[in-house]
Design a binder for this molecule. Structure first.
Ligand code: TXA
Ligand code: MG
Length: 336
């Protein structure tokens, strides 16, 4: 359990330099620190020190085949971690950094194999949160940071989510309040001729295509193919409570199911976009804009997990491209 003693509040816009230097010292000593980014909270360690990276994997219980994203403060620092910075990388970095975009590129020899799970490529991101920026600037090291949750769980969007998931496994959690974007960065492989979308996010593939032309999309359809992004096929982003998706057209069947569960004294939580769904306990209506829905989705899932529901039923988001990232996260969460 967590005593809360390791959570330190920081102003999200003007972080206290003393707190930042305390966090930077921990990182320089090879320790791990949880910190906010604009997407979700990350669990960071010195990316160039294998023992620090091992601590991250251990704290999360993360399988070693799933590579970590390395966070840096500038394009120059990103380039130094790569071997062969592509034209597409340059254009995307100039357009979207700092911001919620991770670029996958051939890695420099200095990047330990443990960070990249043995892959010849490394995922890199320049975050735009002032606290992350201050920390990366102070520490002057690349910081490997996956989302700050136990492996497989819903990513944290508050310091309290981090504390509940990782407990006392992390000596310091910087608390700058809820994150702005609420879901993880878009991940795009720009190591080859055509950019490949590995994980959708709030920067959409349409926005990326405007800069680098049409993207290939990672398909989970061919299980025998080598995995371009190993972590992407695991069950992921999932609450502990079983979660199932339903189509808007199945509404009345869903309502009957909720009634049957209720008769047996069981609670079914419902997340929906249509206001017409009846009977969820609790029933949470999500915002009609994808950005607003992304911002609150994980905190709603964390909350439902704490409510002790038997089952969480989620209405499938609309099929338009702008809902791609939310659809992706919910489909992963629904995987058995
Ligand atoms: O928004 C985010 O990206 C957050 C914040 C903390 O920056 N981080 C995050 O990290 O979501 P994580 O470890 O939970 O997810 C990283 C994803 C994984 O699915 C991993 O497979 C993929 O990025 N990835 C990392 N390096 C890769 C590489 N070299 N090749 C392919 N995929 C990679
Ligand atoms: Mg994660």
């Amino acid at each position: 359990m967590n005593s809360g003693g390791n959570i330190v509040a920081v102003d999200p816009k003007a972080p206290d330099p003393l707190v930042i230097s305390q966090a930077a010292d921990l990182l320089r000593r090879g320790d791990i620190v949880a910190f906010p980014t604009e997407t979700v909270y990350g669990l960071g360690g010195n990316a160039l020190e294998e023992s620090a990276v091992r601590r991250i994997f251990e704290a999360k219980g993360r399988p070693s085949h799933n590579p970590l994203i390395v966070h840096v403060a500038s394009i120059e620092a990103a380039r130094a971690l790569t071997k062969g910075w592509s034209e597409s990388a340059e254009r995307l970095a100039r357009k979207f950094w700092p911001g919620p975009l991770t670029l996958v590129l051939p890695k420099a020899v200095e990047v330990p194999d443990l960070v990249t799970a043995g892959l010849p490529t490394v995922g890199i991101r320049v975050p735009r949160h002032p606290v992350t920026f201050a920390l990366l600037t102070a520490v002057e090291l690349p910081v490997a940071a996956p989302s700050a949750n136990r492996s497989g769980e819903v990513s944290p969007t508050t310091a309290q989510h981090v504390a509940r998931s990782l407990g006392d496994r992390v000596p310091l959690i910087l608390d700058a309040g809820p994150t702005d974007i609420g879901i993880e960065s878009t991940v795009v492989d720009v190591s080859g001729d055509t950019a490949i979308l590995l994980r959708p996010g709030v920067i959409s593939s349409e926005q990326l295509a405007e800069i680098v032309g049409p993207l290939k999309t990672l398909s989970a359809a061919s299980p025998d193919a080598p995995l371009p992004s190993p972590g992407m096929l695991d069950r992921h982003y999932a609450p502990r409570t079983p979660l199932r998706l339903f189509e808007t057209a199945q509404r009345s069947a869903v309502e009957s199911e909720i009634q049957r569960a209720k008769a047996q004294g069981k609670r079914v939580g419902v997340l929906a976009w249509s206001k017409e769904v009846n009977g969820g306990d609790p029933l949470i209506i999500l915002p009609a804009s994808p950005l607003a829905a992304a911002r609150i989705l994980y905190s709603v899932l964390h909350r439902l997990d704490d409510e002790g529901c038997e089952l969480i039923l989620v209405e499938r988001p609309p099929t338009e491209p702008r809902w791609a990232a939310l659809r992706d996260r919910l489909e992963r969460a629904a995987r058995p």
